[in-house]
Design a protein around this ligand. Structure first.
Ligand code: PMP
Length: 392
């Protein structure tokens, strides 16, 4: 049997392309943050993770450019061998301080951070316990590990307790949750989860890819709940609020030391270029110096949630600047995406398996740098499209 047979038989995406409503891999000609250019048309970006709008901040750009001039374009090797710069270590110290942990370790993406951290920590005799809406990189990290995987219903603390009860006492346990869930824009129920974890001797890791820079005054979801010390490991990415590329894990020194020497996605992959590290350092400086950005993105999130709900859209349980518009089936999700796109609003259509069947949605997300005029225009277009397609 030809191993490529499945490729010729794969028609799901082709069917959507033929209908002229294919929404993925769209090549943008320009990206100035809140506006992008596609085939000569300016479109308001409501589908990026550039929450604080820092990808175009002069200080962040300048830091990247200066780092290229000084260090060149690549480290051409792993952190483990030739690819560690003083700059990486300086950033690790800054990140540990930012999230209130002893040490931090930089990986080359957030995906690699989750793959390496979870798989190295969860050994044969251990159990990793995941929320059903955890990000794919957490699930894949768990799959790469040799331990057992258990899952609990999204933010369902009673179900989590039943799962914890079912695990034999001699097993190590790691609970991993998103701080801000990437599709729903809701928060992990840390105030109820942490006491339970303590009761059952489980360690807790929070992936705050979408919380860092946004929740807890910018310092993340654990900080927002006043639980920085109770969360054992805080993970995040540089590809969202930090306006770069890379990821990190932060925690107690001995845990970070262990991960540093056992995580294969760290050891066998090249480190981030100096320009990426320097941009993150500059982004953190800006976040500290301009707290109004954090306030602004949260205020925009609140306006959007209020207005879209008022219009009659189903926005689920969002409490952040990630606001899902739940549509509930594939075809209407793609058609509403296309109508918004044609009218000048960029959002992300999300269908199964990224969300459960029946929960197909338009993922919208906002930036501190969106103007009031842009937000008003986005809301008007949403209302029009919602009515035209009988969604509201
Ligand atoms: N965790 C979560 C919750 C994410 O949303 C993402 C990216 N979408 C990642 C991890 C992976 O981060 P990166 O893009 O840096 O690989």
């Amino acid at each position: 049997m030809d191993i490529f047979k499945k490729c010729t038989e794969y028609t799901d995406a082709k069917a959507v392309i033929e209908k002229g409503i294919y929404p993925y891999f769209l090549p943008l000609a320009e990206n100035e943050g809140t506006e992008v250019v596609y085939e000569g048309r300016h479109i308001i970006m409501c589908g990026s993770n550039n929450y604080l709008g820092l990808t175009t901040h002069p200080k962040v750009k300048e830091a990247g450019i200066k780092a290229i001039e000084r260090f060149g374009t690549s480290c051409t090797g792993s952190r483990f061998l030739n690819g560690t710069l003083e700059l990486h270590e300086q950033l690790e110290k800054e990140l540990a301080d930012f999230v209130g942990k002893e040490e931090a370790l930089i990986f080359s993406t957030g995906m690699q951070t989750n793959l390496g951290t979870i798989s190295s920590l969860v050994g044969r005799d251990d159990v990793v316990i995941l929320d059903k809406e955890d990000h794919a990189s957490i699930v894949d990290g768990a799959r790469l590990g040799y331990g057992k995987i258990e899952r609990f219903r999204h933010n369902d603390i009673e179900h989590l307790e039943r799962v914890l009860q079912s695990i034999p006492e001699d097993r190590g346990r790691l609970i991993v949750v998103d701080g801000v869930f990437s599709m729903g824009g809701d928060l992990a129920d840390l105030p109820n989860l942490i006491p339970l974890a303590k009761k059952y001797g489980a360690r807790v890791m929070v992936d705050d890819a979408h919380g860092m820079g946004v929740t807890g005054g910018g310092r993340g979801t654990a900080h927002g709940f006043g639980m920085d010390n109770e969360v054992d490991l805080i993970m995040s990415t540089f590809s969202k609020s930090f306006a770069s590329l890379g990821g990190f894990i932060a925690g107690d020194s001995n845990v970070i030391h262990f991960v540093k020497h056992t995580a294969r996605s760290l050891i066998f992959s090249a480190s981030i270029p100096a320009s990426n590290a320097a941009s993150v350092l500059a982004a953190i400086e800006v976040i500290k110096a301009e707290p109004e950005r954090v306030e602004r993105v949260n205020a925009i999130g609140e306006t959007i949630r209020t207005e879209l709900s008022k219009m009659g859209f189903n926005i689920g349980n969002s409490v952040t600047p990630i606001v899902p518009v739940i549509i509930g089936e594939d075809d209407l999700t793609f058609r509403s995406w296309k109508a918004l796109f044609d009218n000048g609003v960029f959002v992300n259509p999300v269908v199964s398996p990224a969300v459960a069947p029946g929960q197909q949605l338009l993922r919208t997300s906002y930036m501190a740098t969106h103007t009031d005029e842009q937000i008003e225009k986005v809301l008007q277009i949403f209302e029009q499209v919602g009515k035209d397609l009988a969604i509201i």
